[in-house]
Design a protein around this ligand. Structure first.
Ligand code: CP3
Length: 358
């Protein structure tokens, strides 16, 4: 049955496109909402799936990745699905070994050094990620047009940090050292990563992804000068490269979201690079961006820890949040990924409160 779905070309017609409307600056009938890491461990169904399969086994098996993607959609009235995968599948495709260690998160068995830099396998890297395309195609069929399906990748800087630090970074000291002490290697590295990211995102859209999010989860480690100098050209290369390659292949380009964790100091850079939606963390005040860029759609930004308060208080936090954003050009989300022990009732309250507003 999986093979049959993978071979099929036409996807079921869409019944809900609120998120795409908001990304394009149109006004949907209700505020759209999705949640970063919505398919994660706070869901008992996901924990059951994880008991049977390792994290990367789920990512690599289209049927399992599709199943994980659909879990939150079955439970909640969300307006988007995001394909179940991880940003670290790119380093794996470049030949690095990454393990998902319980309680610890991702661990690289051999973090990247100047000595091992030349062993990365850039050739045909995206071909080794074809399982993500298969998972996307299968999921588009299984979603039956209920909501759009999002694809994603990390930005070059975030990948560089994870690969050099060998896991979740504290201050990204080793990666930052490369930026200053090894500029030529750094630029070569960032450009090669950007090229892989472009091909990977184009592949996701050709497989059925309807919107793309670029995760810059390590934005907080760089000042504006360094980000502008080294990363602005990469963001432009990715935004324009994805659009141009899709147009060349007669595929309609899709909206692109930039999420910068700790990135409020540099939001002008992805906006200038042409990203359609800017996703902000819970520290950032949306009004500080709206006042300078009235036409950009914003996404965010409830503090994931607000999900731990009592229902009535949570509703107040949610209402305060959308008063700050306004109702036009807005996609509701958390300010970062949902935590693993979040009460599932809070997620229901979040979605219902947002949808009951208009
Ligand atoms: O539902 C979704 O949002 C889709 C799937 C998704 C995952 N990771 C699944 C996941 C997405 C979009 C990501 C992105 C991701 N992965 C980012 C960018 C977003 C961010 O948080 O800033 C980053 C930095 C990673 C790397 C990563 N993967 C970390 C740091 C961790 C550990 C997190 C933790 O809470 O322990 C992961 C593991 C991971 N990725 C899990 C899931 C469901 C949990 C792993 C498990 O089941 O053991």
């Amino acid at each position: 049955q999986v093979q049959e779905f993978l071979a099929k070309q036409d996807f079921p017609p869409m019944k809900n496109t609120r998120i795409l409307q908001a990304a394009r600056g149109e006004i949907p009938d209700k505020l759209p909402i999705w949640i970063m890491r919505q398919a994660g461990r706070y869901l008992p169904e996901f924990q059951a799936l994880r008991k049977e399969h390792s994290f990367f086994k789920i990512c690599q098996t289209p049927k399992l990745a599709c199943e994980a993607t659909l879990l939150p959609i079955r439970r909640y009235d969300l307006d988007a699905a995001i394909i179940f995968s991880d940003i670290l599948v790119i380093p794996q495709a470049l030949g690095m070994e990454v393990l998902m260690v319980p309680e610890k998160g991702p661990v690289f068995t051999s973090p990247l050094t100047l000595e091992t830099y030349n062993t990365l396998t850039w050739e045909n890297a995206v071909n080794r990620l074809s399982y993500v395309g298969d998972a996307i195609r299968l999921t588009r069929h299984q979603l039956e047009g209920r909501v759009p399906l999002l694809g994603f990748s990390a930005a070059p800087w975030t990948l560089m940090v994870y690969m050099i630090e060998g896991g979740s970074p504290k201050a990204a000291m080793h990666a930052r050292k490369w930026l200053y002490a090894e500029e030529a290697t750094t630029i070569d590295f960032l450009q090669k990563l950007a090229d892989v990211i472009v091909d990977y995102l184009v592949m996701q859209v050709k497989s059925g992804a309807q919107m793309l999010q670029l995760f810059e989860s390590c934005a907080e480690f760089l000042n504006v000068e360094m980000y502008e100098k080294l990363m602005a050209p990469m963001l432009k290369k990715i935004r324009e490269g994805v659009r141009d390659k899709l147009l060349q292949e007669n595929v309609e380009p899709v909206p692109m979201v930039f999420f910068g964790k700790g990135g409020s100091h540099l939001v002008d850079i992805p906006i200038k690079a042409g990203f359609d939606v800017i996703s902000i963390d819970w520290i950032t005040d949306p009004r500080s961006i709206r006042s300078r860029h009235s036409n950009v759609t914003l996404q965010g930004n409830l503090d994931p820890c607000a999900m731990y308060c009592k229902k009535e208080e949570l509703v107040v936090h949610i209402k305060k949040m959308y008063e700050k954003f306004g109702f036009k050009n807005y996609i509701v989300n958390l300010g970062h990924g949902i935590h693993l022990d979040t009460p599932t009732e809070s997620v229901a309250t979040f979605v219902e409160t947002v949808h009951s507003f208009m």
